[in-house]
Each structure stands twice: as C-alpha cells, then as structure tokens.
Design a protein around this ligand. Structure first.
Ligand SMILES: [Ca+2]
Ligand SMILES: [Ca+2]
Ligand SMILES: [Ca+2]
Length: 342
C-alpha cells in the first residue's frame, strides 16, 4: 500500500480533536512530553497525600494541577497512585498516533530490579470532541493476558472505606475478599486521599500477585517483573520494557482487540492488590511519559486538519469524520462550523 493510500485510510477512519484544531487555526504541537494531567484519583496508600502533597482544602482540580506541575515538560517528579485501582489521566499537546507495529508511548516509573509494582495503561479518544476524558476507554493488553491465562480477573471492583483519621483503610472486593491497607511507622500522614471523601471504588483488571517473601521469618521481598506491557514494572533503563503499543488496545473486559488510529488521553492505574510486610502495599509510580514519534503524530494531525478545512462541500463531524447525510447537530463544512437542522 502506498503512503498516500495509508494517509487516505487514516484520514477516513481518523478521529481528531476538531474543536481544538478549529480554535487554534493550526496545529501547534511542540512537545513529546506530557502537556497536562486531567485527573488524579489515587487509592489509599503510604505515599497518598504526600506524592503530591495534599490536604483537606484540595479538590480534584487542584490535585490535577499539582500533578501537571510534577509531570509536564518532563519535570520528572514522582507521583504515587496508591494501592489497587488508583489512577492518573494525562494528555499530550497533540493526538498520539498509532504507528502500526511500532511502540508508540514510553511511560516511566521508579521500579528497581525485583521491585515490579505493575500498572496497566488505558487509552481513549476524545470522541465527543469536548477536550475531556469522558469517552470510552480501552486497555493495552500486557503479557499477563497470555502468560497467566485463568489467573487475571477482568472487571474486578474494589471499594475502600476510611475508618476514621489515621486508621488502616478497609477494603472489600468483587471476589468476596476483604482486607486493609495497613499503616506503618515510616509514613505518619493520613493514607486515604484527603480530598476524596470517605469511600472510593475502582474497577479494572486485577493482575495475579507477584510478590514472594524470600525469608519468611525476615522480610526479603521479590516482586517479579511481568514480561511486557506494564508501567513501573522494570527499571527505566529498559526503555523497551517501558514502551507501549496502541496495537495492544482491547476492550477492558471482553479483551476483544480494538483498532485505534490514535489516542487523545492516557491513563495508568495500579493493577496489583497486595501488601508486602514492611514494604507495605504495592503502588504504581509515574514520573513521566513520552510520545515516541512526535513527527508522525503531527503529520497525522495536520493531515486530518487539511481534509476538514480544504475538502469542499463535504460535511465532517466534530471528530473529523466525513458524514454523508448529517442529522441535527454541529458539523464542519468548507472549514467552518455549522449547525444543521434538517
Ligand atoms: Ca503502534
Ligand atoms: Ca471527551
Ligand atoms: Ca514503584
């Protein structure tokens, strides 16, 4: 297939931030690093309320802003997602294109060898073109899907309940399990996220526990790395081990593969529910992310923009998809936004 045909196929199937393009007039994308954090919803944990620092006066908006300051422009300050389910959502200053058969995204954590605190990556497209991560999400399938068949729980849910100030945090889950995130002597602050009330639920994929205490009478924990496809799973020096491919996208529960031209939003969540003695709960950490092919992403975005703005007489929806017979709503034609009321 020629490059032109590839581009044409991309144009026809592509979903883009049309509103962003129209308002900016041209694609101004300068950075391969995170532009901003949209959401930070950590689970309880020994680093929660300290990475970043939080108190009762914080809100989802102030916490997202703090996380943006930590991660944007490759600032590389560490964010902890807490125990199972805790997540962060971020975006680049452009749609991140899926280059077929190539890794698209690098996400770095703080894993040491033998210290995997695996987190799962989710991706989403801004289908409703409102600039918010309120659209369907897909997971990037990692090696547990093929290496641990029958041991991964899909559609797992957990609920954490704050028991009072400075108490262990209790949890129950969809497997009839219960337990707690225990306090320890190293971290004396409240472990339940202070700006998020007293009950928190998360849903996702639960990986099989990876921790082994090599000295049962002492405390010598090995948290084995998975083979590929997880954040905070291998040291950052292993760039391939910290890279992700949009080709791996699947429906979160059915695991049906999904073909994505690009992603507008990226989410990472802690995918293990385990506590390891003095190490405490397993929590994924994130220090940054990078679009591995900025040039291709920009080419993708400007190709769509050109079609939307220069193809005459064709209606496009707000995601840049050509529409033959528009029903009632907002469309773009001849480079202008119009309201159609047939
Ligand atoms: Ca790819
Ligand atoms: Ca949206
Ligand atoms: Ca970690």
């Amino acid at each position: 297939m020629t490059d032109n045909m590839n581009m044409r196929r991309t144009l026809l199937s592509g979903l883009v931030l049309a509103a962003f393009m129209l308002s900016s007039g041209s694609i101004v994308a300068q950075s391969k690093y995170i532009q901003a954090v949209d959401e930070y919803v950590p689970a309880p944990g020994q680093f929660t309320n300290t990475m970043p620092k939080a108190d009762e006066s914080d809100t989802p908006a102030t916490m997202a802003q703090k996380c943006t300051e930590y991660l944007a422009n490759n600032n590389r300050q560490m964010i902890s997602l807490g125990a199972y389910g805790g997540y962060i959502t971020f975006h680049f200053d452009h749609p991140m294109v899926n280059v077929p058969s190539q890794m698209d995204l690098l996400i770095e954590g703080n894993a040491l060898a033998g210290g995997s605190e695996a987190g799962i990556v989710m991706v989403s497209q801004d289908i409703n073109a409102n600039g918010l991560p309120d659209d369907p999400w897909y997971e990037l399938s990692g090696s547990a899907d093929v290496d641990s068949i029958g041991k991964v729980v899909y559609g797992y849910t957990i609920t954490y309940s704050r028991q009072g100030d400075l108490q262990d945090v209790a949890w129950t889950d969809s497997q009839n399990g219960s337990g707690s995130i225990p306090r320890n002597g190293f971290h004396t602050q409240e472990y339940f996220p202070l700006w998020l009330g007293s009950e928190l639920s998360f849903k996702g994929t639960l990986l099989p526990t990876n921790a082994l205490n090599r000295k049962p009478k002492g405390n010598d924990w090995l948290l084995s790395s998975l083979r590929y496809g997880y954040v905070d799973n291998v040291p950052n020096a292993d760039s391939i081990g910290n890279s992700f491919n949009l080709d791996w996208a699947v429906e979160p529960v059915s695991r049906q593969p999904v073909s994505l031209t690009h992603a507008d939003f990226i989410r990472v969540y802690t995918a293990l529910n385990q506590v390891c003695g003095w190490l405490g709960e397993t929590s994924t950490e994130v220090i940054g992310a990078e679009d591995l092919h900025l040039e291709a992403s920009l080419e993708f975005a400007s190709g769509i923009k050109e079609a939307v703005q220069t193809v005459k007489g064709q209606y496009f929806d707000l995601q840049g998809r050509p529409v033959a017979n528009p029903s009632r709503g907002l469309y773009i034609i001849n480079g202008k936004k119009v309201f159609i009321n047939p």
